[in-house]
Design a protein around this ligand. Structure first.
Ligand code: NAP
Ligand code: HSE
Length: 440
């Protein structure tokens, strides 16, 4: 049987999973590829560090030159995270004539045009299914399976770590810090978990999907984003009482005046499919003008789901399918102007949840309602629980703080943002206001 020699660069969570699939299930990969996928080299940084997979003699090396200088190795799974040295290694591998498979969305979201153009110039390919939503084949679906459609909207849970954290806090009352540590242990989190919890990872994935689905060329830093790091357990509790669960949603929606893009924690109505997505699962709801709504659900983070996507790309690359799509689809071409412009974030319309720490004084609620009304925001409901402090009647804001939760009718993001700033400046508001979007 014909053989394709493969190398893995970066033997962390994902690299180890890829090695396992190649070594333990060679029969499966050969059957699908019609050739043997032979793991010839695995490049690590530290030869002494124990790995969770037994590599045959001679495979492991700490020298990237062993891959660059080996003409028999034609396909490389580049599984180092972050920007550098991942970018330089990727360029060196392309120059050395290797086709690349990667899971590194941070790198693609930041340096996609440079890397993809160089690959094209050199007649090479880059496959990146694992870079978005782990085991869900969303890249292939958007760029190939749904290619008869104009995608109208795409919204989903794109970060497994954040979803794991909010699920565990909500369902088990776990503490934020404990669940972040657990997500790291389980291999869900990025090397720097701040990227997961502050919405950056989801924004990078949304930028990639927006490019594929809408031809948008967007700097992921320009996508308005809020993470789950500012959420309190109280927000999850209030959301549940109101009939919602909080999910970190990435949204891309096409309108006449451009493309709406945003990432943020959102109250999602219980009973709707996105609200039921738990733990490290991801889900994406795509609407195409011909196909209608399509819903994808699966594990978006973790060793084997991600390795599943990487190995499928290795097979596609080994048999030549990737090169065909890579050349015809013109991913991230610097020569192509963006097909769509971004909408001004302030004009986006939605409902809002506000949680406000306020002093329990006469007129507090009226002053907040006045600010909301001034910005054209109509109140849909209000929650304020009695507290034991109220009973002592001291009327001292430091002694009598209460929580006010306000749900609004539809308003523009700009009005909600300005109202928040104004409300925070009121003497009766004792701390930062939490403002979240609502999806019914
Ligand atoms: P990881 O566990 O931190 O593994 C990265 C590996 O790269 C580490 O083993 C690290 O070595 C190695 N490395 C760093 N610099 C190197 C160098 N110069 N030469 C050789 N090896 C080097 O990360 P991961 O979770 O596997 O993620 C890898 C990539 O996949 C990231 O881009 C991530 O965003 C993406 N991804 C991850 C998941 C997931 O669920 N984990 C899912 C989808 C995509 P040391 O062990 O010595 O530090
Ligand atoms: N850290 C990422 C997440 C890995 O939690 O979604 C998958 O891209």
């Amino acid at each position: 049987m014909e053989k394709t020699n493969i190398a893995i660069v970066g033997m962390g969570t994902v690299g180890t999973g890829v090695a396992r699939l190649l070594l333990d299930h060679g029969d499966r990969t050969s059957r699908h590829a019609g050739r043997t996928l032979w793991l010839k080299k695995a490049v690590v940084r530290d030869l002494q560090k124990p790995r969770d997979v037994e590599l045959p003699d001679g495979v492991v090396t700490d020298s990237i030159a062993d891959v660059l200088n080996d003409p028999e190795i034609t396909v490389v799974a580049q599984l180092i995270g972050g920007l550098e040295p991942a970018r330089t290694i990727m360029l060196d591998l392309l120059e050395a004539g290797k086709d690349i498979v990667t899971a590194n969305k941070a790198l693609l979201a930041q340096h996609g045009p440079e890397l993809f153009n160089r690959a094209r110039e050199l007649g090479r390919s880059i496959a990146f299914e694992a870079s978005v939503a782990g085991g869900i084949p969303i890249i292939a679906n958007i760029s190939q399976c749904l290619s008869a459609n104009q995608i109208v909207s795409l919204e989903g849970i794109l970060n497994g770590t954040s979803n794991f954290i909010v699920t565990q806090m909500d369902e088990r009352g776990a503490s934020y810090d404990d669940v972040v540590r657990q997500a790291q242990k389980l291999g869900y989190a990025e090397a720097d978990p701040a990227m997961d919890v502050d919405g950056s990872d989801a924004a990078q994935k949304l930028a990639i999907l927006a490019h594929l689905a809408f031809g948008a060329t967007v700097d992921w830093n320009d996508i308005p984003r809020v993470g789950i790091d500012g959420l309190a357990a109280d927000d999850l509790t209030y959301a549940r009482k109101l009939g919602y669960r909080i999910k970190l949603l990435g949204v891309a929606k096409l309108a006449d005046d451009g493309l709406e893009l945003s990432v943020g924690p959102t109250l999602v109505k219980i009973g709707t499919p996105l609200a039921e997505v738990r733990d490290a699962f991801n889900a994406i709801r795509v609407i195409g003008d011909a196909v209608g709504p399509v819903f994808y659900h699966g594990l978006g983070a973790g060793q084997m789901p991600t390795a599943s996507a990487v190995v499928a790309d290795l097979i596609d690359t080994a048999v030549g399918r990737t090169r065909l799509t890579f050349q015809t689809l013109e991913y991230f071409s610097i020569d192509q102007p963006p097909r769509v412009k971004l909408r001004d974030a302030d004009t986006l319309v939605g409902r809002y949840y506000f949680r406000l720490p306020v002093s329990n004084h006469p007129g507090t609620l009226a002053s907040i309602a006045t600010v909301l009304a001034k910005h054209g925001i109509s109140i849909a409901s209000v929650i304020q629980h009695e507290t034991s402090d109220e009973a002592d009647g001291s009327n001292d804001p430091q002694i009598d703080p209460v929580t006010l939760v306000v749900m609004t009718h539809e308003a523009t993001a700009g009005a909600a943002r300005k109202a928040t700033l104004e409300i925070e400046s009121l003497a009766t508001v004792t701390g930062p206001v939490v403002r979240l979007q609502v999806k019914d």
